[in-house]
Design a protein around this ligand. Structure first.
Ligand code: GLU
Length: 314
């Protein structure tokens, strides 16, 4: 049990706290909006708080898109509590938690290149997608040698978590019991940027998040994130992964797919009430013109589990 995050949690209340955590790389598209609407409805229906977080450690352009994304959410009638957390303003906290893990001997340097890692899939006895631990047990002399080799090409090591578990089982509210991989995942990349899995867990604990609603493409991150919650002594949230919006080709919807943002849809004559109505019917609920109406009909148990293929208007 680590005192730092426990203290933060003890200060929080025990009401339901849901969150939406977009990466501010542009306007929100229908897939983002659908997930946000479900997360919002779940929190409000449970009488809980709904908080926002901008995951901008990787985003190139930050500020304009934060404001735009807030406008997109507000245009659908999705409201939130408090000021959104902005990850790029939280580096000090990440450093602090990272230092704790390091002090406990739970961090090690990894010198593997992308090419080496792309061959991992064929490594024996390693579950698909898991890091096989090539750099886990190197001797100090081996480390020094690898570090020097890397510095010649201007690279630094990545920093990985020394985990002592291979899988973890949990229950998702939509997709049911799951077993996922826990490997020595990256905490901090070789360019010094903290990893998604690491900051996601630190932030969910810090924001007192008790329920995470996000796209089903992130289901495979849960085992690693739950494991880190355990290490940090924080309580993992309840997981609610939701089906995706797909493009014509059956791939996850992206901005390049055409008229998929509110502004683009508006330009095609589709206003917010119609957008909510499309989202509601795509989830198996009656058409609703406002977020409030959507909320009145929302029932997670009756929600469609199917991905939704969206054909953008021309
Ligand atoms: N920032 C991620 C995204 O926009 C979501 C991560 C999460 O909800 O844990 O897809």
């Amino acid at each position: 049990m680590k005192p730092f995050l426990l203290t933060l949690l003890a200060e929080g209340s025990f009401t339901l706290v849901g969150r939406y955590a977009p990466s501010p790389t542009g306007a929100l598209h229908l897939g983002n909006l659908r997930t946000a609407l479900i997360g919002w409805a779940l929190s409000r229906q449970g009488g809980g708080r709904f908080v926002l977080r901008f995951e901008d450690l990787d985003a190139r352009s930050r500020d304009p898109f934060r404001a735009l994304q807030l406008r997109d959410l507000a245009a659908l009638g999705i409201d939130w509590d408090g000021e959104p957390l902005v990850q790029s303003s939280c580096i000090g906290r990440y450093e602090e938690v990272f230092a704790q893990l390091k002090a406990e001997g739970l961090v090690y340097e990894c010198y593997c290149s992308r090419r080496e890692l792309s061959q991992v899939a064929s490594a024996p006895h390693t579950p698909p997608g898991a890091y096989p631990g090539y750099c886990r047990d190197l001797t100090p002399a081996e480390r020094a040698g690898k570090r020097e080799e890397l510095s010649k090409v201007g690279r630094g090591p990545a920093l990985r978590l020394r985990s002592n578990q291979e899988t973890l089982t949990f229950t998702d509210a939509v997709y049911g019991p799951q077993t996922g991989v826990v490997d020595d995942f990256v905490l901090r990349r070789s360019d010094g940027v903290f990893s998604y899995n690491f900051v996601c867990v630190v932030d969910d604990a810090y924001q007192g998040v008790s329920q995470v609603c996000r796209g089903r493409d992130l289901l495979s991150s849960v085992a690693r994130q739950n494991y880190l919650h355990q290490l940090l002594g924080s309580i993992p949230p309840n997981w609610v992964h939701v089906p995706l919006v797909l493009n014509q080709k059956g791939e996850r919807l992206a901005k390049r797919d055409g008229a998929v943002t509110l502004e683009q849809l508006r330009a095609c004559g589709i206003e917010s009430p119609q957008v909510i109505s499309m989202l509601a019917t795509s989830l198996g609920f009656p058409p609703a013109k406002t977020a409030k109406e959507f909320l009145a009909h929302f029932d997670l148990g009756k929600m469609s589990h199917e991905d939704w293929r969206f054909l953008p208007p021309r």
